[in-house]
Design a binder for this molecule. Structure first.
Ligand SMILES: *Cc1c(COP(=O)(O)O)cnc(C)c1O
Length: 429
């Protein structure tokens, strides 16, 4: 049996950094990444046979926990029927119908294989449909690693950004404007200057790639008004929040708070694949019909709508629609964050938490951050100590302070109590 350290050593010889996605390398928190050999329910097991209560859930998809029997059954049946055909299937229609039923702001949807691909395609479509080039994104929001979206904030207010990655030419991001999240004044100024040239605004409605930060109701209200007024499409990136914070996704929560609210386009991933590579983007028919083969905006994929992935996604969406599913999941998540909060208070540690549905965030600080700089100003050293203390005690949290956490339907009251008990000790670390 190889240890995690041995596997990491071996991995680094053949895979850059030893990982196929950077955050897995534990760079932010230090230490040796755990190599996972299997998972069941709310648990993952590493190469050394150690068990962890899993609060990452593959970064969101595993909302039912690992190895849900009905999902497993659907995947096994689909695999026997064939892995991939490169031709349309009835199951793709079923999944599209299911998604549209749950997300009434969309009239049509196209299936792709990753959130990156979905977000990238949504931007191309928004540009093609409006005939405009410019787009707004917000600092701290992640929309996958397409070139035009790998941008950090510019130096001044409402200036265009600089690439965050080598290999992205400045020309490619020259049309991408990066604003501060939840900052209405910046938004108004940007629309005033560039409104007529804006194809779209892309936003994570609850930002899960800077831990857990909600777009405020006044901010979202103003954003919707400005987009409508200037003819820019409002694109909700719900790759993380979709079917995770509520059955109707984050947009259903904003629709409750803001009369008549709906985004123009939406992007999904993670939960809709139930752990298989599957993502989607959709919107009004008039916009979606600009896509090839009907319209001039090109987009394609060899494995798009893959029959095994769609079986997994459909089986997952079926489970989360059962009566009481989200009520129970929300209650579990609430019990967890309340427990963590109480344990932190008892230890005299400055700590704040928030959650929605099966997604949560916590910060070592005095108040919930409203934007990226505030997230990054929370206590990183304390987070890292807490992370490792929890990992040692068999609780697997996201290995960076700017990541969200996820609870699944498989987490029992006993798992959550054990987590809070571990935290009571870990807060002293
Ligand atoms: C995970 C994520 C993406 C990227 O999805 P991948 O499947 O990793 O390409 C895009 N947007 C958001 C909000 C995400 O959380």
């Amino acid at each position: 049996m190889s240890t995690n350290a041995q596997l990491f050593e071996r991995a680094q010889r053949v895979i850059p950094g030893g990982v196929n996605s950077p955050v897995r390398a534990f760079r932010a928190v230090g230490g040796t990444p755990r190599f996972i050999s299997r998972a069941q329910g709310p648990y993952i097991f590493d190469a050394e046979g150690k068990r962890y209560i899993d609060y990452i859930g593959s970064w969101g998809p595993m909302i039912l926990g690992h190895g849900h029997p009905e999902v497993l059954d659907a995947v096994q049946k689909a695999a026997l029927e064939g892995f991939s055909f490169g031709a349309p299937t009835e199951r793709e229609i079923e999944l599209a119908e299911e998604i549209l039923k749950l997300v009434p702001s969309m009239e049509q949807v196209r299936l792709v294989s990753s959130g990156t691909e979905a977000a990238m395609s949504a931007i191309r479509l928004a540009r093609g449909a409006t005939g405009r080039h410019k787009l707004i994104k917000f600092e701290g929001c992640y929309h996958g690693h397409a070139d035009a979206l790998l941008v950090k904030a510019g130096s001044g207010l409402a200036t265009f950004g600089n690439p965050t990655s080598a290999g992205v030419p400045p020309e490619v991001v020259q049309h991408t404007l990066v604003l501060e999240y939840n900052n209405v004044a910046e938004l108004e100024e940007a629309f005033q200057r560039h409104g007529a040239d804006l194809a779209c605004v892309m936003i994570e409605p609850i930002a899960g790639n800077m831990n857990f930060v909600r777009a405020s109701i006044p901010f979202m209200t103003r954003l919707r008004e400005l987009c409508t007024q200037h003819g820019a499409l409002l694109v909700f990136d719900e790759v993380m929040t979709g079917f995770r914070v509520a059955l109707g996704s984050a947009q259903s929560l904003y629709a409750k708070a803001i009369p008549g609210f709906a985004p123009d386009m939406s992007v999904f991933g993670k939960v809709i694949g139930g752990g298989m590579p599957l993502a989607a983007f959709g919107g009004k028919r008039a916009v979606m019909e600009k896509l090839a083969p009907l319209g001039p905006v090109y987009q394609a994929g060899t494995l798009s709508g893959n029959p095994v992935a769609t079986a997994c996604g459909l089986a997952t969406l079926k489970q989360i629609q059962k009566p009481g599913f989200f009520e129970a999941l929300s209650a579990s998540t609430r019990t967890l964050v309340d427990g963590l909060n109480a344990a932190a208070k008892a230890a005299g540690v400055p700590f704040v938490v928030d959650c929605e549905g099966g997604m949560f965030g916590f910060f070592f600080g005095a108040a919930l951050p409203q934007n990226y700089p505030a997230v990054m100003a929370t206590d990183k050293e304390r987070f890292n100590r807490f992370f490792h203390a929890m990992l040692d005690r068999g609780v697997y949290l996201a290995p960076a302070l700017y990541e969200a956490g996820f609870v699944s339907a498989a987490h029992t009251a006993a798992d959550i109590a054990a987590t809070v008990e571990a935290a009571r000790e870990a807060f002293k670390a």
